[in-house]
Ligand binder design. Structure first.
Ligand SMILES: [Zn+2]
Ligand SMILES: [Zn+2]
Length: 237
């Protein structure tokens, strides 16, 4: 019954999208997914002018002081945009209004940069959400992003390799120390045989302190991957 209802809701959503097409995901104006004003407002993360681990603007590609202090447990970070208004609103629409199309478009807009990730990874691993969150939201936003990247660079997505065991508080509501504690031990590795000596890209929607994604990377360690990098649509300022 539950399934039937969610299928019906999904269908209704598709119909609504047809009747009320394209609103700008940045400002809600009745235009394409991003109106020209919002498009201009989008700030891309330039890998040649930012920290290769956290995407912080540094003017050139050098590891920032914070990353040196944090001891990042992955070898490289890939970020598409800074988390400023148009992108912030778009991610909100994607995650909380269920606009999966917006999530896909955020990836597609960076098609060329995504293509640069070709031949580099064996697997894409979306940061998991709990069963409960999956039921509430109907989808895992990181999985939608990973699927879209996968479509572009033909790398398989691992959806059940790491699971999230319990719900965490939203990281932005916490201070730095609480954030690290909040995510500690919340992920578990359930399948690991296929990861040995592989290159893995862990995928998420938003990078803030990196504690969540680093906790996922930590979970992968016992599987002995060759290299782990991380990816996020947006990098919080
Ligand atoms: Zn707009
Ligand atoms: Zn950094």
């Amino acid at each position: 019954m539950q399934n039937l209802i969610s299928t019906a809701l999904e269908t209704l959503k598709c119909i609504t999208d047809l009747i009320f097409p394209d609103l700008c995901a940045g400002c809600g104006k009745k235009e394409k997914t991003f109106c020209e004003d919002c498009k201009r407002g989008i700030e891309e993360v330039d890998p040649y002018r930012s920290c290769p681990l956290c995407g912080r603007f540094t003017g050139r590609s050098i590891i920032c002081g914070e990353c040196l202090g944090e001891k990042r447990n992955y070898s490289r970070g890939f970020f598409l945009y800074y988390y400023t208004t148009p992108i912030k609103n778009a991610i909100y629409a994607f995650k909380f209004d269920g606009k999966k199309r917006v999530g896909r478009i955020l990836v597609q807009m960076a098609n060329e940069r995504i293509m640069g990730l070709r031949n580099r990874f064996d697997y894409l691993l979306p940061v998991p959400v709990t069963e409960r969150r999956l039921k509430e939201r109907g989808f895992n936003q990181a999985y939608i992003i990973a699927k879209e990247i996968s479509r572009i660079i033909s790398v398989p997505v691992l959806s059940n390799t790491v699971i999230k065991l319990k719900e965490t508080k939203d990281q932005y509501t916490l201070d730095r120390t609480e954030r690290a504690k909040n995510v500690k031990g919340v992920f578990a590795l359930v399948e690991k045989d296929h990861l040995k000596d592989k290159n893995i890209l862990v995928v998420d929607d938003l990078f803030t302190t990196g504690y969540t994604v680093m906790e996922v990377v930590k979970t992968l360690r016992s599987a002995q991957p060759k290299d782990v990098c991380i990816f996020a649509i947006a990098r919080a300022l």
